[in-house]
Design a protein around this ligand. Structure first.
Ligand SMILES: Cc1ncc(COP(=O)(O)O)c(C=O)c1O
Length: 368
């Protein structure tokens, strides 16, 4: 595609990738069994650890985040997994566990609501589970679960693996893996990292590696034991997406140049700007108050607009935007409720970028 035909990506992933990051991905190729590759992975590893405030191994996988979601349940569930479900992606993690042949139980709340720690406590208290899956940021509904509160509950059960999908929050929201006691915290490259899609990241605790060693049927590609052996040598067991890892190394340097605290604050500020804007426009926010996402705002279209038309008109202005998560809007429509659309504000989005986007939305909404 010609550069001039490119629409700025404001869909909930992949998000816009800046030119310097794309250029970093375009470095000359190297073999993955070379010192140059080991140097690259050795450069990335401490940066990912710093990003996640952890001493745990943080691995890169050549897959999207779903690969590590599968790895988590395949390697770390023996008895039964508790899947906290409050949207499409948390439901998907339950489906993955079932597809992997794992005993799994859903702890379901209405979409738009958060999963509360006491609900998790009541389930774990039964002693029937050895893992709990929590989706930090439900991209489908814009709900951000409170990891701090949930971690306090999970810590009471030392035999339970704490598995967190941070696909659309990691890199945009402070996640202190060690403080929270997360055994596996995973994410994809195409969300708040603002990289092209194709790689995923996961921190894995020592006790998780130990447990994986006791779990039969870990499969091949996502066997944590094998991944760890290679990781310790600054390698991957299979051919990795070297270009994306170049991009990652470059992008992580940019994160630290911005400053992690500044990065977390920017994301909070963008979220507030978007929510305030939605309020001024007469819209409502879909998530239950107090659990609004910091990386994506899910808005109730109280005006009953033609969302497809809105998307088309935004496209004409050079922005590729969302018209709501399909399954959520289908369910809302079936109940005769107002539909939703989402505005992501993650990755490298600046205050100015967001202001341009919201201005374009305003112009479109005025004439819709
Ligand atoms: C919260 C969440 N979890 C999991 C996924 C799946 O990630 P991937 O498409 O990278 O496999 C997504 C994708 O949008 C997501 O938003």
């Amino acid at each position: 595609m010609d550069k001039k035909d490119h629409k700025l990506l404001y869909v909930p992933g992949p998000v816009e990738v800046k030119e310097d990051v794309r250029e970093a991905c375009a470095k000359p190729m190297i073999g993955h069994r070379t010192g140059d590759f080991r140097k690259l992975y050795a450069s990335i590893k401490p940066k990912l650890k710093k990003l996640l405030y952890t001493e745990n191994a943080v691995m890169v996988s050549t897959s999207s985040g779903s690969g590590f979601m599968e790895a988590a349940v395949k390697n770390l569930v023996g008895k039964k997994v508790l899947n906290c479900v409050n949207g499409a992606f948390s439901k998907k993690w339950y489906d993955i566990a079932v597809a992997c042949g794992k005993p799994a139980e859903k702890l379901e709340v209405e979409w738009g609501k958060a999963v509360k720690p006491d609900m998790i406590d009541a389930k774990l208290k039964t002693g029937g589970f050895d893992a709990v899956c929590v989706t930090h940021n439900e991209t489908s509904t814009g709900v951000m679960n409170n990891l701090g509160e949930i971690s306090e509950v999970v810590k009471k059960y030392p035999d339970v693996m704490f598995l967190v999908d941070a696909v659309s929050s990691m890199g945009g929201v402070k996640i202190e893996v060690d403080k929270l006691g997360i055994d596996m915290c995973l994410a994809s490259s195409q969300k708040a990292f603002a990289l092209p899609p194709g790689i995923a990241f996961a921190s894995v605790s020592e006790r998780a590696f130990k447990k994986a060693g006791t779990i039969p049927g870990r499969g091949y590609y996502f066997d944590l034991v094998e991944l760890r052996k290679a990781y310790d040598k600054d390698e991957t067991p299979y051919t990795p997406a070297v270009s994306l890892m170049y991009g990652l190394d470059h992008q992580l340097d940019k994160f630290f140049k911005e400053g992690l605290d500044a990065r977390w604050e920017r994301h909070k500020r963008l979220a507030k700007t978007t929510r305030d804007w939605a309020g001024r426009m007469g819209f409502q926010i879909f998530p239950e108050p107090g659990y609004e996402s910091i990386t994506i705002t899910c808005i109730v279209d109280t005006k009953g607009m033609d969302l497809k038309k809105m998307q088309e008109m935004m496209g004409e202005k050079g922005f590729s935007v969302d018209k709501g998560y399909r399954k959520l809007n289908e369910d809302l429509a079936a109940k005769g409720k107002k539909l939703t659309f989402r505005i992501p504000h993650m990755g490298d989005t600046s205050d100015g970028d967001l202001s341009d986007l919201l201005k374009a939305f305003e112009e479109v909404i005025k004439v819709l």
